[in-house]
Design a protein around this ligand. Structure first.
Ligand code: DAH
Length: 341
């Protein structure tokens, strides 16, 4: 019996020390110390011993039990800390490694300019409105006092949807004047930015799609002086204080009188340079006093109310601000271009 216990001590301690998982260790515990385990098996044979031998053997067996238990406890502690080490190693983050660069986008340069303009007009109490790009010829032309024979109505200048020429892609944001007058309560102060379309061949200064910003004020007693003062203020906010402007007579069917607004070239101060194509002046927008016929066509009494309006090209403004020389760059979305702003 002593011999069997010695064998069991040797084999069990060896197996426990070599065991490399918590599950296996538990299986070993059952194997050696469980109810049907090897040590229990030995103890069961105690009955066959003499009364003198029994206490000594019992003591030996108890000692063996506690040795095996201790070996298991030690091995369990070792395995637990080894598992923890492995887990930490697996989940370790080396904070000294270089990070993965996340490329962030940013606002398109043209929308920077648009946001700047929106801010200026919001600051003056204007409302920002949007309207349809697919428009009725009636709003794009007729209600704006553009006669049937006007060249801008030509099939070679406008994208028509229907053979009868009644539906088209708007060629200007000016129909938003009509929409605003027909739907809003007076007085009106609004700007309407958006896309417009014309049958233009693409080159450095032309595109069949581009953006305009329309602006309009309708109230009692509004005069050309209000138009000039407001637009001068806007120009100073965009181009800097003291920017010289020039209001040049022009013709638009929906305004009377009409004008174009030029700014003195900020590059050469009016002497003439490549930026202003030698002219000394840069054209910024078209404007005028809303034509009485347009007012009355929208149900507004021109004897009681008056107003002014303007329309400007957004791309041209952005090109001026960021010194962009080719319009196509604005739409091509080449990141090498966009990253510069
Ligand atoms: N819609 C005109 C164009 O595309 C620009 C314009 C001129 C708009 C005068 C206006 C205005 O509101 O009053 O050329």
């Amino acid at each position: 019996m002593k011999e069997r216990m010695k064998d069991l001590r040797e084999s069990s301690i060896k197996a426990i020390v070599e065991c490399d998982s918590a599950e296996l260790l538990e299986a070993l515990r059952v194997k050696y110390l469980g109810k049907k385990g090897e040590l229990t098996g030995i103890l069961r044979q105690m009955g066959s011993l003499s009364a003198e031998e029994r206490p000594a053997m019992g003591q030996l067996a108890n000692q063996l039990r506690s040795e095996i238990e201790q070996a298991i406890d030690e091995r369990r502690a070792e395995l637990t800390s080894k598992m923890m080490e492995m887990k930490l190693e697996r989940e370790a983050v080396d904070v000294t490694l270089p990070g993965e660069e996340v490329r962030l986008g940013h606002k398109h340069p043209m929308y920077n300019v648009l946001d700047q303009i929106k801010d200026i007009f919001i600051g003056m109490g204007f409302e920002i409105v949007e309207g349809p790009e697919v428009e009725l010829a009636e709003y794009n032309f007729t209600k704006l006092n553009i006669e049937d024979s006007h060249p801008s109505r030509d099939w070679t200048d406008t994208f028509y949807f229907t053979e009868d020429g009644k539906i088209l892609l708007r060629t200007q944001t000016s129909p938003m004047q009509v929409h605003a007058m027909e739907t809003k309560t007076l007085p009106i102060r609004m700007i309407a930015p958006g896309r417009v379309y014309r049958k233009d061949e693409v080159d450095a200064t032309h595109s069949p799609m581009f953006h305009q910003i329309e602006g309009m004020v309708i109230d009692k007693g509004v005069t050309m002086a209000d138009l000039k003062a407001t637009l001068n203020l806007v120009v100073e906010k965009i181009y800097g204080k003291g920017t010289v402007t020039r209001f040049r007579p022009h013709h638009f069917p929906f305004t009377e009188p009409s004008c174009e607004l030029d700014i003195q070239c900020h590059k050469c101060g009016g002497k003439g340079c490549p930026t202003c194509k030698g002219e000394g002046w840069i054209e910024v927008l078209g404007a005028g006093m809303v034509h009485p016929k347009v007012l009355s066509g929208c149900g507004i009494d021109p004897d009681e109310y008056s107003g002014w309006a303007f329309g400007m090209g957004l791309e041209r403004l952005a090109m001026g601000e960021y010194k962009i020389t080719d319009l196509r760059l604005i739409f091509e979305n080449d990141v090498r271009f966009l990253e510069q702003f």
